[in-house]
Design a protein around this ligand. Structure first.
Ligand code: PXP
Length: 235
């Protein structure tokens, strides 16, 4: 199972102060040194965390695979074609949402999604669609010609423990269906150190995208060292 690390929240901390640090490019290098198979960033319409400049620098520096999550808009497709990340994951984007709240409704957005997939493929960029673990969505996703899907593991992650097995089975079923349709199968959203193992054990999934939990843990496991270093300077 490959791990792609989503470093959006490094930029979230920087943007909270409109400061220069922490630098997402440094975070990407450290994640790669630690063994990450890829780096994922989400360029949101409101630029709340990642900035266009971050993507340009990451494109130069990332030596594994750069996956950029974005909405299937003309603005974002123009950015993708100029940037040429290894992969673009098309995600729904609702104004005001705190994070991506669900998978793409491929049926309702079929024209925009198909056009975006074509534009990405013409530019030599793999196209992945973030979809819920739902048979209709998986079938429609395959029909768009996308290279891959990322199954939304959010409902699994958010389910009470009594319903987790049911949600896990839905993810596995969707992954099987997608694999049989010739899609590469990825997964992500809401995965943590506590809930990742059953998902990581699914042989039908090739890669997981994990962000919030890794950055949260980095803050806590790194805090003691950071304070010690400042105590030494102050003292
Ligand atoms: N996959 C997609 C499509 C996402 O939008 C996100 C969050 O940006 C993730 C995966 C990672 O989710 P989390 O931050 O909960 O690990």
């Amino acid at each position: 199972m490959r791990l792609a690390v989503n470093i959006d929240h490094v930029a979230t901390v920087r943007q909270a102060r409109l400061a220069r640090e922490p630098e997402p490019v440094t975070a990407a290098v450290l994640a790669e040194l630690a063994g990450a198979d890829g780096i994922t960033v989400h360029l949101r319409g409101d630029r709340r965390h990642m900035q266009d400049r971050d993507l340009r620098l990451l494109r130069d520096v990332v030596s594994t695979r750069l996956n950029v999550e974005m909405a299937a808009t003309d603005e974002m497709m123009a950015i993708a074609r100029a940037l040429k990340p290894d992969q673009v994951t098309l995600v729904p984007e609702e104004p005001g949402e705190v994070t991506t709240t669900g998978g793409l409704d491929v049926a309702a957005n079929a024209t925009a999604v198909k056009r975006a997939v074509l534009q990405l493929h013409d530019a030599g960029i793999a196209a992945s669609l973030f979809v819920d673990a739902d048979a209709d969505q998986v079938e429609l996703a395959a029909a768009t010609g996308a290279t891959a899907i990322e199954i939304n593991t959010g409902p699994y992650a958010g389910a009470p423990t009594t319903r987790r097995g049911e949600e896990l089975a839905k993810v596995q079923q969707a992954a099987r269906q997608a694999g049989a349709a010739g899609l590469e199968v990825l997964g992500g959203h809401g995965l943590t150190y506590v809930n990742v193992r059953p998902i990581a054990a699914l042989s039908e999934i090739a890669e997981l995208n994990i962000g919030h939990s890794i950055i949260s843990r980095a803050v806590l496991v790194g805090l003691e060292r950071a304070v010690r270093e400042m105590v030494a300077l102050v003292g």
